[in-house]
Design a protein around this ligand. Sequence first.
Ligand SMILES: O=C(O)CCC(=O)C(=O)O
Length: 321
Amino acid sequence: MSQTNQKTCEKKLKIAEQKVIKILNKIESLKLNNSYISQLDFQDKVNGYKLKIGYTKCNIVLSFIILMISLLSVKWFYGEFTTKNCAVELPSNSKSLFRPPEDCSMCIGVDEVVRLSNVSAQEFEESYAYGATPVIVTDATANWKAIENFTFQFFANFYRTGKMGTQINDCFYFAYKSGLQSLQDVFNMDESRANLTGEPWYVGWSTCYDEETRKLRTFYSRPYFLPTTAESDMVDWIFMGGPGQGAHMHVDSVKHMSWQAQIRGRKQWELAPPPECLYHCKWITFTVSPGEILVVDTNRWYHKTNVLPGDISITIGAEYD
Ligand SMILES: O=C(O)CCC(=O)C(=O)O
């Protein structure tokens, strides 16, 4: 491609990208219903575009963006989006749209989760800490008070009565399909729902006040296997809910790798390779049980979760650099 063509191509992509963001914002702000979304005829537009200007690299990317809008529209219809507390934010589902393509060597030959115990920080750092193989460390929560103490009621009391200190980060809250719009809703739900005998629910949130994180961290400690130089922000992530669907299939766009400790209940994880690697890599399914810590690069693996029958699932986790 000549330099002028390259420039024109980049310009077109920029315009297309801005249009996509506008459309996604519009869909989100209008809360379009199913019948509206099903009227959007993206496929014809993709084909029309191909006929008119041929199949250059630039056009393939444009077509891919348009196709992704159709898929997102369907996802919207199923109500699988989250609520976040940011002033300016791309619609949550659009993040994966602008993700750079992965090098599939990240997942080729990765067929299952690796289970480890008694692993040194050095070995973990060399083989797993920043790689793409999902790992479960089975012996890293032995002395954690969280295992005994974390229950639905613990968090209800903690958030109803606790002084949270100074806000130091954005507060994220994921309602999933629960219909519970805030943590306040979660801890005010009726008793039967809280006891998991009513309508199923699953939610997640991040800590965002200094005292909140500091107090919660007295119930658990930094996993012993993390690289000695690895640091984590003052943000922890909590996911909680009863048996049934957890998080929908998505990929993250967070800064770092993360660990997640399963405090109660059993959760099944399904990891899918990035779409561009679907022909080279396998889906991986595994279960994390109480006391186990999962380390997975959620920025590269698409992932969804499902709480298995039995106890409420409560997890706590954090990013590390
Ligand atoms: O723990 C879960 O159910 C979901 C976690 C998740 O989606 C994430 O960490 O990105």
